[in-house]
Design a protein around this ligand. Structure first.
Ligand SMILES: *Cc1c(COP(=O)(O)O)cnc(C)c1O
Length: 460
């Protein structure tokens, strides 16, 4: 009996909102399909046309995610009759590609910068006259003189820009600044996240902030506890701690009006269910509402900088399986090395850096009957260039079962966050071609690097 599309969908865990796979489906050719409203893209067709490895960007996914997030915050603000406002700030460091930043800004995102170079991009957009005059920009990261000068310049050109003070030297430099400022708190709470370290160098300890007394034009208390925060409580406990500092600060600085909770909303890369964004936002507004009442303060405006959560699902990365190899050390004959035609170390660097897992599915032959337990490796000559190995594997169609002359392609989901800016050129491999799929049309936005492109980076 032929397997139904529904059962194949289930096998590859597609169509599940909690996994962010509800944008994907299987078409009648058993190819991976991406849905944009009533339009659908056959990923295999795109790869046949443009080659692999490839990255495909779907701006409508960004727009939908941001829209949903803003609506969720605003609906809980209504439910709790909360009098503060919500502001989403897109942290540009998560993905600075124009094809990510512009749709988000269009959809109502404010911005957050981590460096002077990112701010220079904001400056470009501001000077072009295309940004709404109400857009707000927060500036994090160490403030070099050039960074501070650019902030002052944009302020003088009427951009609503708020530098966030990270250390004493910035505090001193910004004393002469005319506009509003924020201050960054290093919340003294350790949570379960790869990025929450026992000791780090960001912001001020609570006791330091308390000693500072009055800070001119203080508007925002900002903190960022980490990325990919695994437990709901690990968002709520730091929020409570930061709000205690907020109350103390507010007594000396009545101008304080916004709590910026930073980033951290996770992506279910490894398909483990975490907590829903709905429950979290409900919890945040409910807590802030009760806390403000209890401490008799004006409920603060809420800024959030969830980056990964918004942009990761908007890009997928496609590789071809070049070849398979026996795993000499394995007694299991069904376990094979699958070598891809790109590099994890170059294009999905978090695979190597922090052993991140992604959801991986075939692009074609999704109805295959028999699976191999594949250990995936990249094509650089580095023994660390692998996705799995030493025990874990990905189930993928057996290459020996494919009709003669046919190839297997695979897709890595959720590759839209951080991987581009981290990407590298180990073994002088070229970066993948980058495609944009929008309004039913597909175009190349970065062509595959030629030898000349790559060689030039190395002075050739
Ligand atoms: C990295 C960063 C973010 C984004 O974090 P996500 O985990 O991607 O949501 C937000 N704010 C600051 C200050 C950051 O450094």
């Amino acid at each position: 009996m032929p397997a139904t599309i529904r059962s194949i969908e289930k096998f590859w865990k597609l169509g599940i909102e909690d996994f962010n796979t509800h944008y994907f489906d299987i078409d009648q050719h058993y190819h991976l399909m991406v849905k944009e409203g009533n339009y659908q893209y056959d990923v295999f067709d795109l790869i046949k046309k443009y080659g692999s490895p490839a990255e495909i960007v779907f701006p409508y996914i960004l727009e939908e995610r941001l829209d949903n997030l803003i609506n969720l915050f605003n609906s809980y603000i209504k439910i709790y009759r909360y009098s503060g406002k919500f502001f989403y700030h897109y942290p540009m460091k998560v993905n600075q590609n124009k094809e990510f930043v512009l749709p988000l800004v269009t959809e109502g995102a404010n911005l957050e910068t981590s460096s002077v170079n990112e701010l220079k991009l904001v400056k470009k957009m501001w000077e072009s006259g295309n940004l709404n005059s109400k857009i707000k920009v927060m500036c994090n990261g160490p403030k070099t003189k050039e960074y501070l000068d650019t902030i002052a310049e944009l302020k003088s050109k009427d951009l609503d820009i708020i530098p966030v003070i990270e250390d004493m030297s910035e505090y001193v430099s910004l004393k002469s600044y005319r506009g509003n400022v924020g201050i960054r708190l290093d919340v003294d709470v350790r949570v379960s996240s790869h990025w929450n370290h026992k000791i780090d160098h960001f912001g001020f300890a609570e006791r330091e902030i308390k000693k500072m007394g009055k800070i001119k034009n203080l508007k925002v208390l900002h903190y960022h506890i980490g990325s990919q925060i695994e437990r709901l409580n690990d968002v709520m406990v730091p929020l409570r701690s930061a709000m205690e500092t907020y109350v103390t600060l507010k007594k000396v600085n009545p101008s304080l009006e916004t709590i910026n909770i930073g980033g951290g909303m996770p992506i279910p890369y490894d398909r483990k269910y975490k907590y829903s964004v709905d429950t979290l936002i409900d919890g945040i507004i409910k807590f802030l509402s009760e806390f403000s009442k209890k401490h008799n303060i004006e409920p603060p405006n809420i800024a959030c900088e969830w980056g990964r959560y918004i942009v990761a699902p908007a890009q997928i990365t496609i590789y071809k399986i070049l070849t398979e190899k026996e795993i000499i050390e394995s007694k299991n004959a069904n376990r094979k090395w699958y070598i891809v035609d790109g590099s994890f170390m170059n294009d999905l660097l978090d695979t190597w850096a922090i052993h991140q897992k992604w959801h991986v599915v075939p692009v074609n032959h999704m109805n295959a009957k028999r699976m191999a337990q594949a250990w995936l490796a990249g094509m650089s000559c580095d023994s660390d260039d692998k996705y799995t190995g030493q025990g874990s594997y990905v189930l993928l169609p057996r290459l020996s079962d494919l009709p003669p002359g046919e190839e297997l392609f695979i897709a890595f989901f959720d590759s839209g966050a951080y991987q581009d800016a981290l990407a590298s050129h180990h073994c002088l491999l070229s970066s993948p071609v980058k495609l944009l799929a929008q309004n039913g049309e597909v175009k190349i936005i970065r062509r595959r690097e030629s030898l000349d492109d790559v060689a030039r980076l190395f002075g050739w």
